[in-house]
Design a protein around this ligand. Structure first.
Ligand SMILES: [Zn+2]
Length: 158
């Protein structure tokens, strides 16, 4: 019997638990990510297939599909950008590996310092950075401050 692929019906906000319905018999399965021991944090990752065998003997693989949730100032998150392809550049396919970054969300500034090489001026934050999917963050570990766009990323509260 071949494997059937299905999308997880629901998942918890912390990505530690998910509900999957068997595509053959419809049985409801509640899974804990820690059962897969995929990583120390015990969460399901986006873009990863997880497999189990249903009581009806059907082998099922499932994947989470998710939407980015808003991040809160002062909290720490693991931001996972799935592996993706950038397309073809000069005849070569350019692929990016999965990226995992631990960040602390900082209050978003309303102004930025613009340096033109001679003088520095304070200006209002550019329109694109003012949008909701851009965050001011501190990288945990290096302590560096960054702007981060979470579009297409999985955001896991730590
Ligand atoms: Zn089944």
């Amino acid at each position: 019997m071949g494997q059937l692929e299905v999308e997880a019906a629901e998942y918890s906000q912390d990505f530690k638990q998910t509900i999957v319905y068997c595509p053959k018999c419809g049985e409801r399965h509640v899974h804990q990510a820690e059962s897969w021991a995929v990583n120390a944090k015990g969460v399901f990752f986006n873009g990863t297939w997880y497999g189990f065998t249903c009581n009806c003997q059907q082998d099922v693989t499932f994947m989470l599909s998710f939407e980015s949730v808003p991040m809160l100032v002062g909290k720490n998150y693991l931001v996972v950008r799935p592996a993706h392809s950038f397309g073809e550049i000069d005849g070569e396919i350019v692929n990016f590996e999965e990226q995992r970054t631990e960040v602390e969300v900082l209050p978003k500034p309303t102004t930025v310092i613009v340096c033109d090489g001679e003088s520095e001026t304070i200006e209002a934050i550019p329109e694109h950075l003012a949008r909701d999917d851009w965050y001011a963050v501190r990288i945990v570990g290096s302590g560096k401050r960054h702007w981060l766009n979470t579009k297409g990323c999985q955001v896991i509260l730590l």
